[in-house]
Write a protein that binds this ligand. Structure first.
Ligand code: NCD
Ligand code: ZN
Length: 368
């Protein structure tokens, strides 16, 4: 293998949002286009996925839309979730349960408020070898001094407490953004792991303030936090790996324009932009480009394949690999659902997604 190609064992993305309806039709096939063979899919649909039957129907639908990819399903942690349903879900192939603290991100209105009420569910998960996926932020609360910049570090005591009470339960702290989170996961036991997104390896606060394309939850933090994420990937630590948190939103929700909102009054009440960064169609070349930029290209295989697969007990099929070639390629500015023709249809009616790195150059591409 020369310096200009890289071959790695079957890559896996252990945190991806593939939505439903038309959006799903557009984005599910992008997982394979981005070089990923295995996708662990988040349950924050509308309504959220809270039963084994719903999860299995959803995974089957994704499998029809994108037969080349292997999809693994999850449930949304919710007061009605019972230990019996956990057992049913585990027996039918559902691999994990995702917890969203209430109101902190997209479609988290049904999220959790207190973990102790879920201990019977965690007990059943531990027994059935299921993974607990934590969105590690507490809700903003001015009286308690909590805002988006410290929401993750203030969450870590919850992680530690759940781990203490359920030492055998496999837990993933999702999309870590802070040095505090990296240090915490490193300190905890073998059953605690952490996903790191490529965008958090690249962005800091300045990149999303005023720029909806780079806005996601948790928000990217300070340069020293980004340095900690880069260091742990450069080290190849076995419990840190790729979960892209690729989270597509229609262009109109990322950039609500004054005209689409109608009146100035509507604008005042509804001027926010959706949280979520879209990376699925460029994922592996993006990871290679970024890791190379901070001297960690030799850890690519651990980051995108080995570490996550080991933790999730999903070994790569023997001999299944993906090869990247060193070639400059420009990231498209927009992905459009195929049912809309590029030229004739009214732009405002098309389903369009602007990806991360739009218009920028990646230094690697997938070998076809
Ligand atoms: C995610 C989404 O859009 O579903 N958004 C995000 O900013 N990451 C939800 C999530 O994982 O927090
Ligand atoms: Zn997510």
């Amino acid at each position: 293998m020369g310096n200009d190609t890289l071959t790695i064992p079957s890559p896996a993305d252990f945190h991806v949002h593939l939505r439903q309806g038309e959006m799903s039709e557009l984005v599910a096939p992008h997982v394979a286009e981005g070089g990923i063979d295995l996708a662990y899919v988040m349950p924050n649909l509308v309504p959220p996925i809270t039963s084994a039957d719903q999860a299995n129907a959803y995974i089957q639908r994704l499998q029809e839309l994108a037969p080349k990819t292997k999809f693994l399903g999850t449930l949304y942690l919710h007061p009605e979730l019972t230990p019996e349903e956990i057992q049913r879900a585990a027996a039918s192939g559902v691999r994990g349960v995702k917890s969203y603290p209430r109101g902190v991100t997209t479609n988290s209105d049904s999220g959790i408020e207190d973990y102790e009420m879920y201990y019977p569910v965690f007990e059943a998960m531990q027994k059935n070898n299921m993974v607990l996926n934590l969105h590690g932020e507490v809700p903003s609360d001015e009286e308690k001094g909590i805002c988006v910049l410290n929401a993750e570090s203030r969450f870590l005591s919850h992680l530690e407490k759940i781990h203490q009470n359920f030492p055998k339960l496999r837990i993933v702290l999702e999309h870590a953004t802070t040095r505090a989170a990296v240090d915490c996961v490193r300190r905890l036991g073998e059953t605690v792991a952490c996903t790191i997104t490529p965008h958090h390896l690249d962005l800091i606060v300045d990149d999303w303030a005023g720029r909806p394309i780079n806005f996601c939850k948790p928000v990217a933090k300070l340069p020293d936090d980004r340095a900690a994420l880069r260091e742990i990937i450069r080290e190849g630590h076995p419990r840190f790996f790729l979960g892209s948190d690729s989270a597509p939103h229609p262009l109109a929700n990322k950039y609500p324009s004054a005209s689409s909102l109608g009146s100035a009054e509507a604008l005042v009440h509804n001027c926010g932009c959706a949280a979520g960064i879209y990376t699925s169609p460029i994922l592996l070349p993006l990871c290679a480009t970024l890791l190379e930029s901070f001297g960690a290209l030799d850890q690519l295989s651990k980051y995108v394949s080995e570490n996550g697969r080991r933790f999730y007990q999903e070994p790569a099929a023997n001999g299944k690999t993906v090869t990247l070639r060193r070639v400059n390629q420009q990231v498209p500015c927009v992905y459009v659902h195929p049912s809309y023709s590029a030229s004739s249809d009214d732009d405002s009616k098309k389903l369009q997604i602007v990806p991360f790195f739009a218009g920028k150059t990646l230094t690697w591409e997938l070998e076809q």
